[in-house]
Design a protein around this ligand. Structure first.
Ligand code: DGY
Length: 330
């Protein structure tokens, strides 16, 4: 009999999701499930206590799976299945050293994140939250006759740079086609034929920064690119540029971004990810009119979260059975 622990995230569709998970579970002969039912992420001490002797773990990005957790689990742990595509919350080397298999959820969230990226870019460039606040604070009645009131930047005729042309970068590029942009630039380790085929051009990181009106970060976080967007990167960007990050906060030196936004080195930013998460409600980022901040909701649609849950469960069960996982991180 296998033992596993997985984490529950509150969602309005939780019943449908649970029913499907139960279905997967019943198909697996004898599987004992220890489910965290509390509100929010499982507290660290609970995780450390409940992981002991388990064979599998289904976790969210909120759980840092490092030596501490692996040591607490002991030698029984065979598979870790993350309810995410990004795996920067896992200490991959330590996990691999112990021959523990890793599953994640690529593909099923691409469209939701790409849609959210466009939403965030437009919200930042057209100052959507600021405009909403203008209604609440009386600004609309005071300023509505001024022609430049609440003006923003438009995508039409602009150069858009996408750092990282993986699935999500390409999903964003595809969606940009309908906005009549002048040019799309991207960075990647190699030429991406599918991106080139729709008119995008691979350039160096510096060229992307220098030429883009919008810079969108779609890179996966790894030690090589941690803090890539620092003061020198923001200095290379146009003063009129809008920076969007939908990947991980760790790709940005946040203090440098705040400086760049305050001094007008760049025009505005839209962030779905930041450091730390969750961000305190009194954080400096939230005090900047030219910074649109949303709470890491890239994949948060009912359909996508259900698909992620199913894939994560299937990865876990396949890992426990020693069979091919639908999405194993090799
Ligand atoms: C992922 O899957 O990595 C997302 O960022 C979490 O929603």
């Amino acid at each position: 009999s296998e033992k596993l622990v997985y984490n529950k995230k509150k969602a309005p569709h939780i019943f449908e999701w649970r029913a499907k998970l139960c279905h997967v579970r019943l198909n697996y002969r004898s599987c004992e499930v220890d489910l965290w039912m509390g509100d929010g992420p499982i507290p660290r001490d609970e995780l450390l206590r409940r992981i002991v002797g388990k064979n599998g773990l289904l976790c969210l990005v909120t759980e840092k799976i490092n030596e501490e957790v692996l040591n607490a689990a002991g030698g029984t742990l065979q598979v870790i299945s993350s309810f995410s595509v990004g795996l920067d919350h896992l200490d991959i080397d330590s996990i691999k050293k112990r021959n523990i298999r890793i599953g994640h959820t690529p593909g099923v969230l691409t469209d939701a994140v790409a849609e959210l990226t466009i939403t965030l870019l437009l919200a930042a460039s057209r100052r959507i939250f600021e405009a909403h606040n203008e209604i609440l604070n009386g600004g609309w009645s005071r300023s509505c006759l001024s022609p430049l009131w609440m003006c923003g930047k438009e995508l039409r005729n602009s150069v858009v740079g996408i750092a990282g042309m993986g699935r999500i970068g390409f999903g964003v590029l595809e969606r940009l086609q309908s906005f009549k942009i002048a040019k799309a630039l991207y960075t990647a380790r190699s030429e991406k034929v599918h991106a080139n085929a729709i008119g995008a051009e691979k350039v160096s990181f510096d060229e992307l920064l220098e030429k883009s009106d919008f810079v969108i970060c779609c890179l996966s976080l790894s030690p090589e690119v941690s803090g890539l967007f620092d003061s020198s990167a923001f200095k290379k960007m146009k003063n009129s540029a809008i920076f969007v990050n939908v990947s991980r906060g760790g790709l940005v030196v946040q203090e440098d971004l705040i400086q760049a936004l305050k001094t007008g080195e760049i025009h505005a930013a839209g962030l779905d990810v930041m450091t730390p998460e969750p961000l305190g409600s009194d954080h400096e980022l939230l005090k900047l009119d030219n910074c649109t901040v949303i709470p890491h909701i890239g994949s948060a649609t009912y359909t996508t979260r259900l698909a992620m849950g199913m894939l994560a469960a299937e990865n876990l069960l396949a890992g426990l059975q020693g069979s091919k996982m639908p999405a194993e991180y090799a």
